[in-house]
Write a protein that binds this ligand. Sequence first.
Ligand code: FAD
Length: 483
Amino acid sequence: MSAGGINIVGAGLCGSLLAVILARRGYGVTLFERGGDPRLGQPAGRRSINLALAARGMRALEHADLMARVEPLLMPMRGRMIHAEDGGRELQPYGQRERECIYSVSRAELNRLLVDAAEHSHGVELRFRQEAVGTGAGVDPGPDPAESDANPAADGGVILQDLDRSTRYAIHPPVVAADGAGSAVRRGLEASGRLHVTESLLPHGYKELTLPPGQDGGFQLDPGALHIWPRGGFMLIALPNPGGDFTLTLFLANDGTPGFAELESKPAVEAFFGQYFADVAPMIPNLADSFMTNPLGVLGTVRCRRWHSDEILLIGDAAHAIVPFHGQGMNAAFEDCVLLDSILEEAPHDWEAAFARFEAEQLPNANAIADMALENYVEMRDTVRDPKFVLQKQLAFELERRLPDRFIPRYSMVMFHPEIPYAVARHHGAAQRALLDDLTQNAEKLEDIDLDSAIRLTRERLPRLEPAIAGDRYEADRSPDRG
Ligand code: FAD
């Protein structure tokens, strides 16, 4: 029996997964996307080439019964391979259990899979080349306004433009807008005074390059790690792809020295890579040409005081775009889908109440991961090189082994423990950080620390993390040799 209809705008990662999940619950879903069908080779959105998938995202894919189809696309990364300026390398494991790794996945492949799953889920109608241009109030719906008698533009609907027929029309609420960081629906709601939004651009941008397979067709770097060349104020990273290549991403200030603005000639690009990334630069064919051709991406954080107005809801990046340094934007967007579904399970017909509850529960978490993502930029590009950081990481693992219900490194809480909300991870992580600072104040190596008193202090200063953390289902699902 149909549970009613819902419109979703944006068939990116979040919108297409949400379509699958809501169709499985029995809603009649119509999914509108500005781009063409990604299965025909037209990527729906041009962001990063590959992404890190972690436990929150995997839990959502399992919830949609899609994990078995996604698994073949995944490349496990068990830690950060730090590339020093002198060519030295050091693997810093992300976690200390076999399952505690993250997975590189192609954005285009994952998007295609999700759109395909949506099409084959009962009740999802896909409508490509349909662009949202705003919301009811404040946008002229044009000469061909509605597909039905009522005018949803007047009652708070969303206005779309058919890019093939150059016509405009409006869709009725309930609408979930998953139209990404530059969301037209969000801008429409803001323009009509229904939302207050802050968009903060980072003064750093990013550029992607490809490190192809070697002459033997194999990987030129260890494919089981996320590679980082931390250089203080900037960094280069590399994520493996199943074809033997890596996607490299340079994160750098837009202005200043060094900065993208001064890398405007091929000799300048070659000199920059030769100076800072001498080990990897010779492995990138046509480095300077690719650098000049590839687009410069912008990075920023979107924060809203509300995510819904009546029966229109923002979700995923449209609601809370974050900088990519914790590898959590997609994971958080997928988590949104599961939360919304669980709320609708209890109140399947009261959209406004469901949207209000979703917003109340998830907004503090979105703000927390936005902050942690910004903090992680400094960690990735700089702190990972600090011997104190390495010592604190060793001590954190030691405390986690001995008191797993009280101490879990913050990175692990975010990446491997979807049952711990982001806001709790941030709060608990701050107490852990202060504890680690105190315990390592006069220590240079683990042996310098009195572990018995460290454990006593941990018990005194950190509350238990409830519910119990150990033994969640990924432990069983992920055998050591998978992927
Ligand atoms: P999007 O993926 O942006 O999808 C939005 C969709 O809406 C697109 O299909 C677009 O074409 C469509 N659309 C846009 N405007 C309109 C319109 N007006 N009308 C109709 N349709 C429209 N996240 C991670 O979890 N791990 C990572 O490792 C990671 N790495 C990243 C690296 C970089 C460089 C960047 C920039 C981001 C990274 N992210 C990562 C974040 C991740 O890309 C986003 O959080 C994720 O794509 C959000 O999904 P979404 O569906 O909300 O938005």
